[in-house]
Design a protein around this ligand. Structure first.
Ligand code: ME8
Length: 513
């Protein structure tokens, strides 16, 4: 049986509204999911919300509602914005769902029965916004080393997970599977952290009530991170439906931000080892986005909502910009000027104009009906075909390496070749000479065929655009019925089909808009 391609995003805390940072990971995951579907693979794409923990409980308290009411209210902000961004997740997990709690309780019971969980006294620091425990030696100027905010003293009897027992197995696994933690610099970080020595982790809280009660001690709730990580297996019915679980697990890739690397590359794999489950194939930690050169934060007041940018630029331009501009894995800076520049150069000009020009010429010279090509190729035709064959290979390699900007560069190089072909073959000159009718037919056909391939290439990144080009090309079926590599072969456009130029895909934008 062919295994389902399984991609996840972190589950987001419901104490804040979604912003361009959370949307970044989600859009990337969506593009990856759509690309694998385009290749005809079965895909399971998971996102959701992390609804327990002290941070959420406090946000609810400040707003005068129960934590559950707060979560119910906040979750709609996530589902709404994901819908607007055309996020095609197959499931949305909420950690307050009964199924999640059931799986989490069964899982922790299993570890307890095995002897991997024991009772001890915890005394140390806790950062509520990050929901992280810290040793006194880890604090920086008495503050959280991760976010720089105040930490609180915690002293209570907790259950601990024997993380230290897994150090060697973790190191062996990372060594044997170089792709497991990526990019490379993150892998090195994880390795040196493990080598410094892992300490057992507190995985329950006694003085908190907002969480999943432990099955073996109902007076304590699960530590929010232990609960949250289990979303990746509760969403696919671990311990409930073994066949379903086996068809989807292990995850092909957990996409995360760099600040939650240790949870995903150390604690989570150790939890899975303790439960005798296979590890995810890859944990990929990306960098952070800054806004006009500054860290995005509430106190700075520079947090950007995806809605704001979608209103200005449109959904597909949004999706394109973040994948094209940032090198996945590294930090990157968002600026409006830069986004407007990319919109005009890449989308309005290179893509939008090319599609309009090609389709307008078919309308002008052949009444919209695409002619048959003569079968003879000159140098320009051959160069175009070669570019078309090359781009699919390049895109596949880049997508396999999660190098989204490289995939888009390859597609835009291809669009450059198509634009060059349009200029060089100059259909407008051929149209002046009746003796060149046959050549004009071939040129028009080739241009349209190049546009068909463009629709498929951009589809995972810009679904509306891919669909929009497809319908302008006169296809009455869904573009989603066509899969790579077969659909990427040259010459599949049916001659005789009628195309229409339609409205511009990306009307030019004035600077400073
Ligand atoms: O950490 N740039 O949730 P969270 C890029 N609930 N990505 C950013 C970003 C930025 N400026 N800000 C946030 C949690 N992100 C836990 C996760 S998973 C089992 C539990 C993205 O709401 C990035 O993916 O704080 C980061 O990892 C995630 O949002 C953190 O979301």
């Amino acid at each position: 049986m062919y295994k389902t391609y399984y991609v996840t995003t972190p589950i987001y805390y419901v104490n804040d509204l979604p912003h361009i940072g959370t949307a970044y990971t989600t859009v990337v995951a969506d593009v990856l999911a759509r690309y694998h579907r385009l290749k005809g693979e079965k895909v399971f794409f998971l996102t959701g919300t992390d609804e327990h923990g002290q941070h959420v409980a406090r946000a609810a308290e400040r707003n005068g509602v129960s934590p559950q009411e707060w979560a119910d209210r906040m979750v709609t902000h996530f589902t709404e914005v994901w819908e607007r961004l055309n996020i095609s997740n197959d499931f949305f997990i909420r950690t307050t769902s009964p199924r999640h709690a059931e799986v989490a309780r069964r899982f922790i019971q299993k570890l307890y029965d095995k002897g991997d969980i024991y009772l001890d006294t915890y005394e140390g620091w806790y950062c509520v916004p990050d929901e992280s425990f810290w040793l006194p030696s880890q604090l920086v100027d008495g503050k959280c080393p991760q976010c720089g905010r105040e930490v609180e003293m915690v002293q209570e009897e907790n259950y601990f997970f024997r993380l230290s027992a897994y150090s060697d197995r973790l190191l062996d696994h990372i060594e044997a599977h170089p792709g497991f933690v990526q990019p490379e610099m993150r892998r090195n970080e994880v390795v040196s952290f493990i080598k410094q020595g892992l300490t057992d982790q507190s995985i329950s809280r006694k003085t908190i009530t907002w969480g999943i009660p432990l099955p073996f001690d109902e007076s304590q709730v699960m530590y929010v991170w232990f609960d949250a990580l289990l979303n990746y297996i509760s969403a696919i019915d671990y311990g409930i439906d073994d066949d379903r679980f086996a068809a989807i697990w292990p995850a092909d890739v957990h996409l995360i931000g760099k600040e939650i690397l240790r949870f995903h590359a150390i604690i989570w794999p150790a939890m899975l080892m303790a439960a005798d489950l296979p590890l995810p194939r890859q944990v990929f930690a990306h960098g952070w986005l800054t806004v006009e050169g500054e860290k995005m934060s509430k106190s700075r007041g520079n947090v950007i909502s995806p809605h704001e940018l979608i209103d200005e630029y449109g959904v597909d331009a949004y999706r394109y910009y973040f994948l094209r501009e940032f090198s996945f894995g590294y930090d990157g800076n968002f600026s409006r000027e830069n986004m407007t520049g990319r919109y005009n150069a890449d989308l309005a000009n290179a893509l939008g104009n090319m599609v309009s020009r090609v389709l307008a010429m078919v309308e002008r010279y052949r009444g919209g009906m695409v002619p048959e090509a003569s079968g003879e190729n000159d140098d320009a035709d051959s160069a175009l075909r070669e570019a078309a064959a090359r781009v699919f290979v390049e895109v596949d390699a880049a997508m396999g390496a999660l190098a989204f900007n490289e995939a888009l560069q390859a597609i835009w190089n291809y669009l450059g070749s198509v634009n060059r072909y349009v200029d060089e073959t100059a259909a407008w000159d051929l149209a002046k000479d009746p003796a060149l009718e046959g050549r004009l037919d071939s040129v028009l056909y080739n241009q349209v065929e190049a546009v068909r391939l463009t629709a498929l290439l951009v589809l995972p990144f810009m679904p509306w655009t891919g669909e929009g080009i497809w319908s302008r090309l006169g296809f009455s079926d869904s573009i989603y019925l066509h899969h790579l590599p077969a659909a990427g072969a040259w010459g599949l456009f049916p001659p005789g089909q009628t195309v229409r130029k339609g409205e511009p895909l990306f009307p030019r934008m004035e600077r400073g808009r």
